[in-house]
Ligand binder design. Structure first.
Ligand SMILES: [Mn+2]
Length: 492
């Protein structure tokens, strides 16, 4: 259930009629974004695009570029070789139900066991296609044939961007104390042929690993992989609890052990089948201005100081395809990746909060800004328990607005949620404000990283919530009349 390379996934998209090939040269500076943005905003997420001849500063790149490969419900499922993402959600549910855990930690323990039982544990291999071409920066002759960062078709996405950015980098780091690895996605700004900015934000595991190396006064090894099985990219962006191994999760998703191979110049292991590996290190304490960048918030994030990645080697497949995405004003490709994550992790949320029926992160909220949750309410102020519970769970801490509705409201229908919100709330009574860490990318708070969040309770109010009147029934036709009219007029 896995792909042997990113190129193989692109081929599968092509065969399924989900890919548009662009044979003429297109500039990596802005031009690819212009086409990809239009595609991502077309109904259902449009098609994936394969740029066969991307150019960098007017020169043809050695590598083709694929974008929007996961930018629809169908392509996101195809990335994990599924007919529908719900299949993976059901497996997750089964794992959790195998032996009902009593708390979240136990649940994850069980999940890890389940993952192991499914033989998803990574294997170590000696060599792999990601090493078909090797360029070590120390030692190898500096010939024109060996690639540097400037040879990859890395996008300058938007007009006011501070430079070119790697937008789908899978960043591998490890905890220097425990050796525990982490795979995360942090954008990288290219400074020159062998240096890049590493945009891990203060809340991220990569940044925490960095602080440990800093305290120890050691260089931090970092390996960035691009491509390979798209399951790696999904795992890198999935909202796994801290400490759950993304490589293990990737193995679970694709039902096949990830084969790991040692890097050439740093003490890290990476999947052997990826398209590119950028090996290098971060010197803790060294920072450099990064940005601006047209971000997933729909606004430019301003220049700020971030760690610097120094490249020590690039290795790649001979047939490597460069994977890219763009972010900006929603909806974009990342909406479909995020939605898939929510579907897969809904069973985990439900394990902790059994009253949760469904969760949706509408595209307009760019993940963090707006969360709709439907619950089966049984006791007064239960909606507030759910808000506070979610604000306490991993990345959900960034949720700026949480709207809770009753279980008969479809949270995937934003219009329906807004109707409930407007009709069912008395703003003073049904809102709460809390202090919270904020997404570093959020430009709204007065200072970065801290601010307030709002919870809105749009459920029916109970007597125990101070509502002394009788809550009215929703206007709708009865089932018997609908059935009868359906029979008479042949409509459902
Ligand atoms: Mn992690």
């Amino acid at each position: 259930m896995s792909y042997r390379s990113f190129g193989e996934f692109v081929q599968a998209l092509d065969q399924a009629g989900e890919l548009r090939r662009i044979a003429e040269p297109v500039a990596t500076e802005l031009e690819i974004t212009a086409l990809a943005d239009r595609e991502m905003k077309s109904p259902g997420g449009g098609k994936a695009l394969l740029f066969e001849k991307p150019t960098v500063n007017g020169q043809p790149s050695k590598f083709p570029l694929a974008i929007n490969t996961m930018g629809s419900r169908r392509r996101m499922a195809m990335a994990l070789k599924l007919n529908d993402i719900e299949e993976l959600a059901r497996e997750m549910q089964m794992l959790l139900k195998a032996k009902p855990p009593t708390n979240l930690r136990q649940g994850w323990e069980l999940l890890k066991q389940g993952v192991n039982l499914l033989h998803a544990r990574p294997k170590r291999v000696k060599d792999g296609p990601c090493k078909e071409v090797i360029h070590r920066f120390e030692g190898d002759a500096q010939t024109k044939d060996l690639p540097t960062l400037l040879d990859l078709p890395i996008l300058k996405c938007w007009p006011d961007d501070g430079g070119r950015f790697v937008t789908l980098p899978n960043v591998h780091t490890k905890d220097p104390d425990t050796g525990e690895r982490n795979l995360g996605m942090y954008r990288m700004q290219i400074y020159d042929d062998r240096t890049a900015g590493m945009h891990w934000q203060v809340h991220k595991v990569g940044a925490r690993h960095g602080r440990r190396y800093y305290e120890r006064g050691e260089k931090m090894p970092v390996a960035v992989t691009l491509g390979g099985d798209p399951a790696y990219t999904f795992a890198a962006t999935a909202p796994l609890p801290d400490g759950l191994d993304e490589i293990l999760f990737a193995g679970f998703c694709r039902k096949k052990s990830v084969e790991l191979v040692r890097c050439e110049t740093v003490d890290l292991e990476v999947p052997a089948d990826v398209d590119f590996v950028l090996e290098g290190y971060v010197q803790p304490g060294e920072t450099r201005p990064e940005g601006p960048f047209g971000d997933h918030t729909g606004f430019y994030t301003p220049v700020d100081d971030y760690p610097v990645f120094h490249l020590t080697a690039i290795t790649h497949r001979k047939d490597a395809v460069y994977p890219a995405t763009i972010v900006g004003v929603p909806p974009m490709e990342d909406f479909h990746m995020g939605t898939a994550s929510v579907r897969v992790f809904l069973p985990v949320f439900r394990m902790n909060f059994p009253e949760i029926v469904d969760i949706a992160l509408p595209a307009e909220g760019v993940f963090h800004n707006l969360v709709f949750v439907s619950i089966r309410k049984q006791y007064p102020w239960q909606a507030y328990k759910i808000m506070h519970g979610l604000w306490g769970m991993g990345q959900m801490m960034f949720s700026k607005y949480i709207v809770i509705v009753d279980d008969d409201c479809d949270v995937h229908n934003t219009s329906e949620v807004l109707f409930r919100l407007c009709a069912n709330t008395d703003p003073g009574r049904d809102s709460t404000l809390v202090k919270s860490p904020c997404d570093s990318l959020d430009h709204a708070p007065n200072v970065p990283n801290i601010g307030t969040h709002m919870g809105l309770d749009a459920t029916r109010k109970l007597a125990g919530e101070g509502y002394a009147r009788t809550w009215p029934a929703l206007v709708k036709m009865d089932a018997e009349t609908l059935r009868r009219m359906g029979e008479r007029f042949g409509v459902k």
